[in-house]
Structure formats: C-alpha cells, structure tokens
Design a binder for this molecule. Structure first.
Ligand SMILES: Cc1cc2nc3c(=O)[nH]c(=O)nc-3n(C[C@H](O)[C@H](O)[C@H](O)COP(=O)(O)O)c2cc1C
Length: 149
C-alpha cells in the first residue's frame, strides 16, 4: 500500500549548495531504486520533505534520515496511506525555499517565513505541492514573471 511521510528538520551546520546537490544526487539514486518519489524544500536552515512509496521503504528511509548528522530536530508531521502520489514526477523534487517563496508561505503558514516545524500535515503538503508546481514551471522555462505586489 502506498504511503506518504512528511517531516520537518533543521540543518545541523552550514550546508553549501554543493552539499545540497550531493545530498540530492544520492537521494534521487536511492529513491529510484526503492520506487520512492517526493519533494524537498530548503531555505538554508530548515528542511521540509515529503516522501511517497511503500510503507516499509519509507520507514527504512526515515530511520536513515534520523541518523543523518546533516540535520537535526526531525519532527514527523504525518505518515498516512494515500490513494495516489502527489510527486510522481520526482524521484526527489527540490525547491530553494528562499525569499521569493514568501507569498507561498503567507498562504500556508501563520507567518511569511519558512517555518516548517509549525505546519500540520495538510498545510505542509499544500506548501510542497505549490513549491513543486513552481519548480516544474521553472524547469519548463515558463516561470511567470514577478507579479506586482
Ligand atoms: C534533508 C535530507 C533529505 C534526504 N533525503 C533523502 C531521500 O529522499 N532519499 C534517500 O535515499 N536519502 C535521503 N537523504 C540521505 C539519507 O539520510 C541517507 O544518507 C541515505 O538514505 C543513505 O543512507 P545509508 O548511507 O545508511 O545507506 C537525505 C538526507 C537529508 C539530510
């Protein structure tokens, strides 16, 4: 049965863009092997990640994630059966949760900041969905120009 796990965490030290890239390369390779899809958002301090796939595979991966010293303060936001994947196109999609996402955070959180530990599972999923759609548009070269405030 298909499940989705969502968690928030905080980077344990300074993660360089190269460090994040290396993390994504491993994650994507392992996820393809285990038929896991998902989405990761990172703002240089906090992570928010959804992983989707077989329940045992997700549980094993979460065990790895808890032991991974690159991040800390892991908070499990949700682990539930799902009818279909939300991120089927991504072995691991990625969004830099930077200032340009402020509009999106305001819609999905209490503050305009990226504070994934404050979110419940539905809000976290909605935020990741929106970030993944933006990432997809960017990948297709159709990023909408900035809208006036
Ligand atoms: C924020 C973050 C996200 C990660 N996402 C994944 C992932 O989606 N899939 C994956 O296999 N590893 C991911 N990793 C790496 C795992 O923690 C772990 O290093 C990897 O599963 C290999 O584990 P192993 O060396 O014990 O086999 C992530 C690590 C961090 C810090």
């Amino acid at each position: 049965m298909l499940y989705r796990l969502i968690y928030a965490s905080e980077a344990a030290g300074h993660l360089t863009p190269d460090g994040v890239q290396a993390l994504l390369v491993t994650a994507r390779r392992c996820n393809r092997l285990h038929d896991i899809s998902g989405m990761l958002a990172f703002d240089s301090r906090y992570f928010l990640q959804a992983i989707e796939g077989d329940r045992q595979a997700l549980s094993n991966l979460y065990g790895n994630l808890v032991r991974d010293t690159r991040h800390k303060r892991l908070l499990l936001l949700g682990f539930e059966p799902i009818a279909q994947r939300s991120f089927s196109d991504w072995s691991m999609g990625f969004a830099a949760a930077d200032a340009s996402g402020r509009r999106v955070y305001l819609r999905h959180g209490a503050s305009g900041r990226f504070e994934p530990h404050q979110l419940n599972a539905p809000a976290a999923l909605a935020l990741l969905n929106e970030l993944s759609q933006e990432a997809e548009r960017e990948a297709e070269g159709k990023a909408p120009s900035a809208t006036p405030a």
